[in-house]
Ligand binder design. Structure first.
Ligand SMILES: [Zn+2]
Ligand SMILES: [Zn+2]
Length: 384
């Protein structure tokens, strides 16, 4: 493998999930097991990434607890940063050693959604992500006994190396630390994109954000850097409220305080509500907090069984809009470099969301901390 500096390494440690629904605490049930897998060679259209940092995101937790069923076994992890360690045959556009952010929708460029300028909704990526395959070919991972192991959202970053579609990486400048870079993948695209791409928040508008995990806090940062906005941040946990104020929120409070905060700071309602909880009840509540013509952006992923019960008249009668936002309606190749530039200019202090960095063998303990709301972004070091 002349293109592959990993030529001395033939195997890697990867965190495999064999079954969902493990009991809490995960530190005891240990649903993720670090296994010794063969490093696959990148095929045509693919690259080999040496993973440096991978984050635990709620979407990983949703696969582990079974609320987002995925084909198993699977190597989880979809928010990560690393360097290019190998390229498939004939590929010349990604130099070896490039620093990259991993992206969880590898858009194909020519399906209906891509042709319409909405790569986050790529039909082919949705299909391959759903089956645990890669965009350009079947799953490349396998266990010691030859069993197929699925990819998580085309990435599978809880691993020392990941083979992914070229479309799953965005090259960034070398000066961005790996810890910061990782968070530009899932959390930044989703949270910032919800505000800038989906809601298209304008100067002097009022914005309320429900759910102050990494995605919601990215939404807070994005809304706060638009001139003259009023940003209200809502979460049951006081620590998250305090962090939202550091991220630029003008006021923060609990869900019970939301209506009073809107009345005090946004008159008869907010222009934009971002729902980053993933709850039908919260979506209903947010609709009631919108002013005439206001928009609710649904970012969180409610359980598939949840249903809405809302007054139907408010959409036509008051011009309210309910907007779904997957991966922030982002075009990662354009938006990630743009968000990095905003970070460099001091407008997106994403370091505030980085709780800590732990060794890769503490992933299961990290699941408990995330489920309990004790951490925002805990990163795992796969590079050493
Ligand atoms: Zn995620
Ligand atoms: Zn497509």
């Amino acid at each position: 493998m002349p293109n592959n500096p990993a030529e001395t390494a033939t195997h890697m440690h990867s965190a495999v999930l064999h079954a969902s629904g493990a009991a809490r605490p995960y530190a005891t049930s240990r649903p993720l097991t670090l296994e010794h897998l063969e490093i696959p060679a990148p095929r045509a259209g693919e690259v080999l990434v040496k993973i440096e940092r991978a984050s635990l995101c709620h979407s990983d937790l949703s696969v582990i607890n079974g609320s987002r069923p995925r084909p198993l076994p699977m190597v989880l992890g979809h928010e990560a940063s690393g360097t290019i360690a190998g390229v498939g045959p004939g590929m010349t556009d990604v130099p070896m050693g490039s620093k990259v952010v991993l992206v969880f929708v590898p858009s194909c460029g020519d399906c209906r959604a891509c042709a319409a300028g909405r790569p986050a909704l790529c039909h082919r990526a949705a299909e391959s992500n759903g089956t645990g395959d890669l965009l350009h070919g079947p799953a490349a991972l396998s266990g010691a006994d030859g069993t197929r192991i699925n990819h998580h959202l085309g990435v599978s970053a809880f691993s020392q190396y990941a083979v992914v579609a070229r479309e799953s990486v965005v090259v960034i400048e070398d000066d961005v630390p790996f810890d910061v870079a990782a968070m530009f993948g899932c959390a930044a695209l989703t949270g910032i994109g919800a505000v800038l791409n989906t809601a298209k928040v304008l100067p002097r508008q009022s914005v309320i954000v429900f759910g102050l995990g990494a995605v919601g806090l990215m939404s807070v940062m994005a809304a706060a850097q638009i001139p003259g906005t009023t940003v209200i941040a809502i979460d049951p946990l006081a620590e998250k409220q305090a962090l939202a104020l550091k991220c630029g929120a003008h006021v923060a409070g609990s869900p019970a305080e939301a209506a009073a905060l809107v009345a005090a700071h946004a008159g008869d309602g907010v222009d934009v509500a971002v729902e980053a909880v993933g709850s039908a009840r919260v979506i209903e509540n947010c609709l009631g907090l919108l002013t005439r013509g206001g928009a609710l952006v649904s970012v969180g992923l409610p359980h598939p069984d949840q249903r809405l019960d809302v007054q139907a008249l408010q959409f036509a009668g008051m011009g309210k809009r309910l907007l779904g936002s997957y991966m922030g309606d982002a075009n990662p190749a354009i938006d990630i470099p743009a968000y990095v530039a905003m970070w460099r200019a001091g407008r997106l202090p994403v370091e505030l969301l980085h709780t800590d960095t732990k060794p890769a063998d503490e992933l299961n303990e990290g699941l408990d901390a995330l489920a309990d709301g004790l951490v925002v972004r805990r990163l795992f070091d796969f590079g050493s």
